[in-house]
Structure formats: C-alpha cells, structure tokens
Design a protein around this ligand. Structure first.
Ligand SMILES: [Fe+2]
Ligand SMILES: [Fe+2]
Length: 396
C-alpha cells in the first residue's frame, strides 16, 4: 500500500526543539501550524484561523500497514477477548474518585475539605506544577481514545462495536477517565492552584491533539502505548513518593492508586506486543525501531496555557529535576521493553529486521551516554513563573 503524506501543515519555520531530555535533541523534523508563528508576521495574517492547534506537528505518514497485515489483527480478536480483556477491572470492583475525596453529601464535608487543605499546604510549588501537569495529561483522555481509533484493524467502527479490540479501547478509556477526574477534584479542593488557567490548558490541549506518528498501524500504536503506560506508572509512582515525603498521605495514596492502574494497562499492552512478536517478529521489531527513531513523544507535548510557548518543556524540566520522570527513566523503559519482548533473542529475521533489532538493542546505552553529556553541558537552571500556580516562580 502506498504511503500517503499529509504535508498541508508544512512550514519552514522551526522553533527551538522541545527540551524533554534526551528525546528532544534526537527528534525528527517538525512542522508548525500557523498559530505557532509569532503574531505580527505576515504569514500569520494569511494563515491564522480560529481554533488551530498552537504547537508543532510532524509531517504524517498515514495508513502504512498493508491489507494483509490488517487481517492479522482481525484474526487476533478471540485471543484479545480471552487474554487482554481480563486486564480490565469490572466497574463494580473499580475504585472511583469519590472513594478518595470528601463526600459533598455528608455532614462532615466541610471538615474533610479543611483537613485536605491543611495537608495540601505543605506541598511545595514545584511538586504542584508536576501534579498539575500530570493531571492535565490525564484530562486529555478524549485525545488518547481518538488515537486508538486511528489504528487500522482494531478501531471501534461504530462507537459501540462488540469486537474485543473496541471493547478494550472503550473500557480502557473509561478506566483512565477516573485519573484526571480524581486529580482535578483534589487539586481544586486544595485551593493551591489557579483552576481557570488549568482548565484553559486542558481545553487547549484537547483542541491540539497529539502527534505520536503511529501511521495508523497497531504495531506502532501498541508499542507506543506499552511505553506510555510504563512511563505514567513510573511518574505517578514517583509523585506518590513526593507527596508522602511532604506529609500528604492521602495524595500519596491517590497517586499510588493511579499508578497501579497504569501498571495493569502496561501489562495488557506489553502482552499484546509480545503476541505480535510471536506471530510477526519482523514487522514488530521494525515498528519498534521506527517508533524509537522518531522518539516517543509525551502525550501532552502540545500543551499550552495561553501564555507560555514552551510550557511542556518547562513542566518536563521540573519533572526531571524532581526525579518524577527523567531521561534515565526513558532509557530504563526502553531497556525494560527490549528485555520484556526478548528482542535480542529474535531469530529468523529479514536483513531489515536484523538492522532494527540491532538498533533497538544498542539504543539504551546510547541514550544514557547522550544524557550524561547533556548533563555536563547543562547550565544553571532558570526560574520561571507558572500560570497554574498564580505565576509563582519555580526552578526548572
Ligand atoms: Fe492514566
Ligand atoms: Fe494509562
């Protein structure tokens, strides 16, 4: 099947690359939507339209998976029904945000809110920034459901399709939806953050979408989701640790509970890719290498609050400094996945498959070396205001 290039968004303007280490420096070329251009430029007047996403997106390769590969995913439906759907929890057994929040229907509501606010007073601003960034990332769940439904062979064709792939996508989304909901309500009640700015950021982010370059291929897509679920498991786990250190045990419990959902989702997605390695190792290893060459972009990389053109970079820098999600984590996740899927032990690959295998297996130490060099070069960190916390300044 021929590749289609959607180049309608191409611009020659390059903004400084994203700073999320070490991925940014390795990313493939990016292209910018009109609204990323500085106002006042002539091009802006020609191109600017309301509601266009503000951030850069790549030229997209679409529908790269040939028809006979789509059949593989159709043939896996029963397997998904038996092996993947079991990783979803029944609604009646799921935790709900209300389990962790003051009950507005109870007499003790005001007292519980007071206690929550007392505990939240001790959380430093840099932790708040990371929590808000995590919450905003979770709140963009409509985008992630959309992404899953861009994939050929597994998409929910009707919105209520009964194929196991479609059931997974909807129920996974429904589980994820609780994450943003809980963090949002908690941060609202804490009184520590500027909710209007946060709400604007969520609206901008959902309006902008995301750009993980999955080519409508579930080979690419499930490698991406495997990586991302593990990344969120790590980052929510680290935020739980920070909350505990600052004495907010309830918040630690909230972040830990969300982390355990992410872990369960990671298990399902890595199991799916393990199956793909079993039945189609060549295509799967090539997709793995392709995603790593493009770098795994974070789900909220297009975030914007109406003020800070580099908001995601700044949020990421704070997360890196606090050890919530770091360049080392990126290399560790990759190394974990290589081991999980036994990529180094694959045999009978084509020449191209062997090249991909070699690339992926050698990448984690390469990323670590690049990161070490970047740290040596790192300058004194700047301190910048975050609108999410009433423009209080935080060190990057
Ligand atoms: Fe989540
Ligand atoms: Fe997740």
């Amino acid at each position: 099947m021929a590749l289609k290039l959607n180049s309608f968004i191409s611009q020659s303007h390059q903004l400084p690359s994203l700073a999320f280490p070490p991925i940014a420096s390795l990313r493939s070329p990016k292209f910018y939507t009109a609204s990323t251009l500085k106002s006042g430029s002539k091009e802006v007047q020609n191109l600017k339209k309301p509601f266009m996403p503000r951030r850069e997106v790549h030229v997209q390769v679409t529908h790269s998976m040939p028809a006979h590969k789509i059949e593989i995913f159709k043939s896996l439906e029963d397997w998904v029904g038996q092996n993947i759907l079991v990783h979803l929890n029944p609604v009646e057994k799921c935790w709900q945000p209300q389990d962790f929040l003051p009950d507005p229907a109870s007499d003790g509501f005001e007292e519980q809110v007071k206690e929550l606010r007392e505990r939240a007073k001790e959380i430093p601003d840099d932790c708040l920034v990371v929590l808000v960034g995590d919450m905003i990332t979770e709140e963009a769940v409509p985008t992630y459901q959309t992404m899953l439904n861009t994939m050929d062979g597994v998409r929910d064709e009707t919105g209520a399709s009964l194929t196991p792939w479609a059931i997974w996508t909807r129920e996974w989304t429904a589980e994820e939806n609780r994450h943003g909901d809980l963090l949002n309500k908690y941060l609202y009640l804490s009184g520590r953050v500027d909710m209007r700015q946060i709400e604007k950021t969520i609206q901008y982010l959902i309006g902008s979408g995301m750009d993980p370059q999955m080519e409508n291929s579930p080979y690419h897509g499930f490698i991406y989701t495997s990586f991302q679920e593990r990344a969120t498991f790590i980052s929510h786990g680290n935020t739980a640790r920070l909350a505990k250190e600052h004495g907010d045990i309830k918040l630690a419990q909230i972040c830990g509970t969300i982390a355990s959902d992410e872990k369960r989702h990671e298990t399902a997605y890595t199991k799916t890719v393990e199956k793909l390695f079993e039945i189609d190792p060549d295509e799967t290893v090539m997709a793995f290498a392709d995603m790593m060459r493009k770098k795994i972009s974070m789900p909220a990389h297009l975030m914007y609050d109406g003020h800070d053109d580099n908001l995601f970079d700044h949020f990421s820098a704070v997360a890196q400094r606090l050890g919530v999600y770091t360049a080392k984590d990126y290399a560790d996740i990759l190394e974990f996945l290589v081991g999980r899927w036994k990529v180094d032990k694959l045999t009978g690959l084509s020449a191209e498959g062997q090249k991909a295998q070699d690339y992926v297996c050698r990448l984690p130490p390469r990323i670590r070396r690049l990161e070490e060099r970047a740290q040596v070069r790192a300058k004194e960190a700047a301190t910048i205001p975050f609108s999410w916390i009433f423009d209080r300044k935080v060190k990057l």
